[in-house]
Design a protein around this ligand. Structure first.
Ligand SMILES: [Ca+2]
Length: 316
């Protein structure tokens, strides 16, 4: 098994000493020593193969034969694990593609998260890691991912397909798979963050946050500039890989507007302001830091506290 890459490990360990790094590979018979009975598949020709990545006579691999050309949706062999929200997953497999496969043959390891507890419905996300492959060589595919706030199961799928969408069969071997819960119980962003946030000692300016979906957010910080003029600092943002921080890379101010009926949309101008990051310790507490290119403001950071509860979206 490949160790997690250094950057990811540093990010995980930065969370503090309370987290244990479990290293159990949850895949039964991950080296396919005897059979492929842990894997589910429907229509493809999926079999145990006596070719082992390390050349052992006592082990083999899983042979995936896509008989549908480019079409692999839902057909690839997969394994399903129950999962809790806020779990850091480290997953991977080794893949072998023969020189006699068509030119645009390729493979992927798919990771799909579900709100159902058996990978059957309510798909929340899908990620397909497609490695550059040398033919007739074993190549490692790996992926790290944090489960979403409402994830209850995770599907790992092994796919062979044609990247050019052309017809025809593709066959690949997979061996030495791993699925490790590197950490459990992290706080991950959730819909209840869509509310007002402020610093109690500085009541009178604050942030209104809207979670658009599991991966996107919108923010407006109602503030003042160094001269005391009201300023709105707004922008769209993304959830980071660890799912505890919102990153707003194109925050802007607006100028030129008037109160209606004198409002003229053509006179309103967006002026680039800078970046804002909000890191959440919980649905009640966060730290915001910002960096601006606008001389009417300066860089800084502050703690944020949730200001208000939300109808129907509890912060528990
Ligand atoms: Ca093997």
């Amino acid at each position: 098994m490949k160790p997690m890459n250094t950057l990811w490990l540093a990010l995980v360990l930065a969370g503090g000493p309370a987290m244990a790094l479990a290293q159990d590979n949850l895949i039964p018979d991950p080296g396919f020593d005897s059979d492929i009975s842990a894997w589910t598949f429907n229509t493809w020709d999926v079999t145990w193969d006596g070719t082992d990545r390390r050349g052992s006579a006592n082990s083999g691999s899983i042979r995936v034969h896509n008989t549908d050309g480019p079409n692999f949706s839902g057909r690839a062999p997969f394994i399903c694990f129950p999962a809790e929200p806020g779990t850091v997953l480290d997953m991977g497999v080794w893949v072998w593609l023969g020189a006699d496969e068509v030119d645009n043959a390729t493979t992927s390891m798919g990771i799909l998260q579900y709100a159902s507890d058996d990978c059957s419905s309510e798909q929340l996300s899908s990620t397909f890691s497609i490695p550059p492959l040398e033919r007739n060589e074993w190549t490692e595919v790996s992926l790290q991912q944090v489960t979403l706030h409402n994830t209850r199961s995770v599907r790992m799928a092994l796919t062979a397909f044609r990247s050019d969408q052309g017809p025809g069969d593709v066959t690949a071997l997979f061996d030495d798979a791993w699925y490790v819960e590197a950490e459990r119980g992290r706080y991950v962003v959730d819909p209840s963050l869509s509310t007002s946030w402020y610093r109690p000692e500085e009541s009178g300016h604050g942030v209104m946050l809207t979670m658009l979906d599991s991966f996107n957010a919108w923010m407006c910080w109602f503030a003042f500039d160094n001269a005391g003029e009201p300023a709105w600092l707004c922008g769209a943002g993304k959830v980071n890989a660890l799912r505890d921080t919102l990153v707003f890379n194109e925050v802007f101010t607006v100028e030129g507007g008037m109160f209606p009926p004198d409002f003229d949309a053509d006179l309103v101008e967006q002026v680039a302001w800078g970046t804002v990051q909000i890191e959440f310790a919980s649905c009640r507490s966060a730290t915001m830091q910002w960096s601006t290119t606008n001389p009417r403001f300066q860089n800084g950071s502050m703690p944020l506290t949730r200001l208000a509860p939300l109808w129907s979206l509890p912060c528990e």
